[in-house]
Design a binder for this molecule. Structure first.
Ligand SMILES: [Zn+2]
Length: 151
């Protein structure tokens, strides 16, 4: 029950097991485009591939703004990394922003990392409990319900 929903989506992916960077990597390796790619798709892929770097061992990196190379990870590794950086070694539940920063500093990258980190926090059961407590008014007697007129 603790497993985030996207992990299910990844595990039960019906058709292909290709990582998100499959087309980019293949293009850098072979200069080939995906089958049926339109002219626009090809242009997008070419432009996208410019910020990636494939080393001679076949490891794909993304060039960050400061030219630091970030290793591209697939969905499975991304899920593990998110769990690690979110819960941390002290059980501190990092925010989505903090998670992204930690991952970048550690040298990891995947296309949807920002959205997935925020999603991870939203789906974290412990974070939900904590968030609920934060929103409880400190003194219930000071809390006045908003009167909704109409009905
Ligand atoms: Zn959490």
């Amino acid at each position: 029950m603790d497993r985030p929903a996207y992990a299910f989506a990844v595990d039960t992916a019906p058709d292909d097991e290709k990582p998100w960077y499959y087309d980019i990597k293949r293009y850098l390796e072979t200069q080939e485009y995906p089958e049926g790619a339109s002219k626009k798709d090809r242009k997008t892929l070419r432009r996208l591939a410019m910020v990636f770097y494939l080393n001679k061992d076949g490891v794909l990196y993304k060039r960050n703004f400061d030219w630091v190379l970030l290793r591209c990870v697939d969905d499975k590794e991304a899920s593990q990394l998110m769990k690690e950086v979110h819960e941390g070694s002290f059980g501190t539940h990092a925010s989505g922003n903090a998670m992204v920063k930690k991952l970048l500093r550690a040298g990891y990258y995947w296309m949807t990392m920002e959205a997935q980190c925020f999603n991870f926090v939203r789906k974290c059961h412990k974070c939900q409990i904590y968030a609920d407590k934060v929103h409880v008014p400190p003194n219930p007697f000071e809390w006045a319900p908003v009167h909704i007129s109409g009905n």
